[in-house]
Design a protein around this ligand. Sequence first.
Ligand code: NAD
Ligand code: TYD
Length: 350
Amino acid sequence: MKKILITGGAGFIGSHVVRRFVKNYPEYEIFNLDALTYAGNLENLSDIKNEPNYLFVKGDITDQVFIDNLFKENAFDGVIHLAAESHVDRSITNPMEFIMTNIVGTVNLLNAARNLWKGNFEGKRFYHISTDEVYGSLGDEGFFTETTPYDPKSPYSASKASSDHLVRAYHNTYKLPVVLSNCSNNYGPNQFPEKLIPLIIHNIENNKPLPVYGKGLNIRDWLYVEDHASAIDLIFHKGTVGETYNIGGNNEWRNIDIVKKICSVMDRKLNREPGTSEKLITNVTDRAGHDLRYAIDATKIKNELSWEPSLQFEEGIEKTIDWYLNNKEWLNNVTSGDYQNYYKKMYGGR
Ligand code: NAD
Ligand code: TYD
């Protein structure tokens, strides 16, 4: 029996990872540690909450005493660390929360693992989940590889870059058996509707303006969340200790094009005249320091671990839109309360 701690398991990507591990590895005990911030939601895991190999623990990774005790009480064999503040716009208005959770929280986990394992690293692994945003911004050409120098440009990406460096430093200094991955933009079910794709779906449904930052020419490389979860599974089990793997969708879209694509699929699904949703597109003030382009070269994970995205974007976006249309209660729940204040502050109440 292996005890695995997954942090941030009530969030978007974490919920898919927890579900996959609970279902695929009945011999593991899966602990989901999550503070249930605005982005964490146990509804994301309602289908597996009674599984015998699953346990939810509410707690904050910035609380050092709590984390130390959790590791003392439960001799974890592995840690898969996803808990983070994850939204660039929020990091621009409130960087300190990102420093606390993403940097201090990560160091608390590293220290707790180091104290628990005490140099006995056989069968142990600390897996840190990160983002391609640590590499900065690309021009029209080129891709991020694992050796691209770090050049983070937002408080979010700077906090993630800092945590990546600390994870590597614990490997170099204390030999902690770490592995890392840096992934491109994810989309799919359970994503909080502050991120581009679910925000656009939600607004089209409610006939609200579709805020496109600047001219919408920034480019992101989109990956379906379950493909990210399958890569995480592979890297956790088969990745080489000390190594980093880039994960990407090989699926670049300009923001304006992806918004128009969602508009056309939504028109069809909602039986609206073609072109109806596009009329809602509104160009708004650009994000401060907006990175132009992210694109991943995922050759290493393909060659070493035989991983490739399994879902084409056409299929992934249909599945995603269907999920949001079929889960209106989920959307209503997460967009009540604090969301309204956030939305007003960001988009002026439109
Ligand atoms: P998310 O915001 O949806 O979820 C984050 C989860 O962490 C939430 O459940 C939240 O409650 C929890 N959390 C936040 N602060 C905490 C704290 N102090 N203690 C305990 N739990 C806390 O994020 P996501 O999009 O699922 O991202 C998960 C991870 O993947 C993050 O580390 C992020 O940097 C990384 N990542 C995300 C993307 C993406 O496109 N979303 C891409 C690459 C990497
Ligand atoms: P987002 O989903 O916030 O992810 P990230 O900033 O981490 O890549 O944004 C994706 C892209 O969409 C990014 O270039 C910013 C842009 N964007 C908009 O144009 N309008 C919006 O309302 C949001 C949230 C994002």
